[in-house]
Ligand binder design. Structure first.
Ligand code: NDP
Length: 434
């Protein structure tokens, strides 16, 4: 806290990490002597810049943008860009820090970074978003590259934004290269990248169930969010025989006891990805659905909760309600959706708790596969990528078990933190004091 005053989210992410890592580091002298935790919790560098653009009425607007290049010990920096009015340096530092260990867990050669801007895309026209993205790339282009730093999407940054950013990079640098992931399929994108975070989150949950001789089939699920991660979480949960009864956005949640099946999900995709409307429309469109303004879905009884919206969306009270209602598993699609005392409550209740570092690593894993395809100048088919994604999620689960098995239960927080840490720490030690 003294080193990073006021950076609440960053302190929270570091506290959770250090809490599980400290005993391990104290047991292993080589890490302790090298002050590895002190070094790992300081980003390699942070770039802060102004983005000036013109809105549709001719007003000049200025936003602040950042790229936090956290650690490139095991590969080029890699991590998404977030556009949201509540983006601060603290939020991007927490995301960049967690990205380092998540990327390590995937087994692919990727370092960790995160970036974004306090730009609010809500209510902006396509042209305004385009001008903002082009203005942002005007500075960002000199800090990224296929062997240096490869950004991707995150909240508020989807296919549309990546395309505008990529187009501007090509114009500025006069070269076509895999410097962003999540690109369109006709210009270097990978199949399954759009679906990867949500699918991966469900695969991870299925792995946790399988490990105790159970499965997702027939489970009642609550999902928060209705963006990229939420939509494909619902799609895969349905495919594996579960029933999803809630989705949400920043205005509230919808509860559909009959289940959000494939047909209803198609409505959500159109509503959110094409029309950019509000989730309350779902309740107006389908019978038997209720809309709960300004509430989160955690009071609805369920077997499995998939938080897929944003950080700190499950507090201790929410965690207690979920546990009291008999939740069996929580698999985190969003980054750090559970407050630290909520995490402690889940661990104490011994439910299957898949923290974001492990559970949502599928997105960046397929981004890694997109880079491999770009480097090889070829495209793998849907089945090839999906099979690789499944294998990666299974391997991550196995690493969590290896480092997190405590008597009768797997502590996935401990498992993912230690497994992610070892690879990065050993690389840093090998490079000497730096
Ligand atoms: P999107 O922008 O596609 O969707 C975000 C969803 O969450 C929207 O429904 C949005 O509602 C809701 N939301 C965002 N902020 C808030 C808030 N402050 N309060 C309540 N609801 C909110 O983003 P993604 O689906 O890509 O990202 C969701 C989460 O998953 C994030 O935590 C992200 O870091 C994480 N993640 C994403 C990956 C990816 O590949 N995209 C990879 C790994 C993690 P509204 O439309 O009203 O804003």
């Amino acid at each position: 806290a003294r080193r990073n005053p006021g950076e609440i989210e960053f302190q929270q992410a570091v506290n959770e990490f250090v809490e599980t890592l400290m005993p391990y580091v104290l047991e292993n002298r080589k890490y302790r002597d090298a002050q590895i935790l002190e070094r790992m919790t300081e980003p390699d560098r942070i770039i802060t810049f102004r983005v000036t653009w013109e809105d549709d009425r001719g007003n000049i607007r200025a936003n602040r943008a950042w790229r936090v290049q956290f650690n490139n010990s095991i590969g080029p920096y890699k991590g998404g860009l977030r556009f949201h009015s509540n983006v601060t340096l603290s939020v991007l530092k927490f995301l960049g820090f967690e990205q380092v260990f998540k990327n390590s867990l995937t087994g692919l050669p990727m370092g960790g970074a995160k970036g974004g801007a306090n730009f609010n895309p809500k209510g902006k026209s396509d042209r305004e978003v385009m001008r903002f993205c082009q203005a942002m790339m005007l500075e960002l282009h000199r800090h990224i590259g296929e062997d240096t730093d490869v950004p991707a999407g995150d909240i508020g940054v989807g296919g549309r934004e990546i395309s505008y950013l990529f187009g501007q990079y090509i114009r500025l640098e006069n070269r076509f290269a895999g410097i962003l992931t999540g690109k369109g399929l006709t210009f270097g994108g990978s199949l399954v990248r759009t679906e990867a975070t949500g699918y991966g989150c469900v695969y991870f949950c299925e792995n946790m169930f399988n490990h105790i001789g159970d499965s997702l089939t027939g489970k009642i699920c609550t999902v928060s969010g209705s963006g990229n991660v939420a939509i494909y979480t619902v799609e895969k949960a349905n495919e594996l025989g579960a029933k999803v009864i809630t989705m949400s956005d920043s205005s509230g949640f919808v509860h559909d006891p009959a289940g959000i099946d494939a047909e209803k999900l198609a409505f959500i995709k159109d509503l959110k990805e094409v029309r950019r409307g509000r989730i309350s429309e779902y309740a107006e469109h389908f019978k038997g659905v209720t809309f709960h303004a300004n509430e989160r879905p955690w009071s609805v009884p369920c077997d499995v909760a998939f938080p897929c919206a944003t950080q700190n969306e499950i507090n201790l009270d929410d965690a207690k309600v979920l546990i009291a209602n008999g939740v069996k598993a929580v698999s985190e699609g969003a980054n750090m959706p559970t407050e630290l005392d909520g995490t402690h409550a889940f661990l104490k209740a011994k439910i299957l708790y898949g923290p974001s570092k492990a559970a949502n690593a599928g997105g960046v894993a397929v981004s890694g596969l997109e880079l491999s395809q770009n480097a090889l100048r070829l495209s793998w088919n849907h089945e090839e990528v999906d099979t690789k994604l499944k294998t990666i999620m299974r391997d991550i689960h196995a690493k969590c078990v290896m480092h997190g098995q405590n008597d009768d239960i797997v502590n996935y927080v401990q498992g993912s933190n230690i497994a992610g840490f070892i690879k990065v720490a050993d690389a840093m030690l090998a490079y000497g004091v730096s």
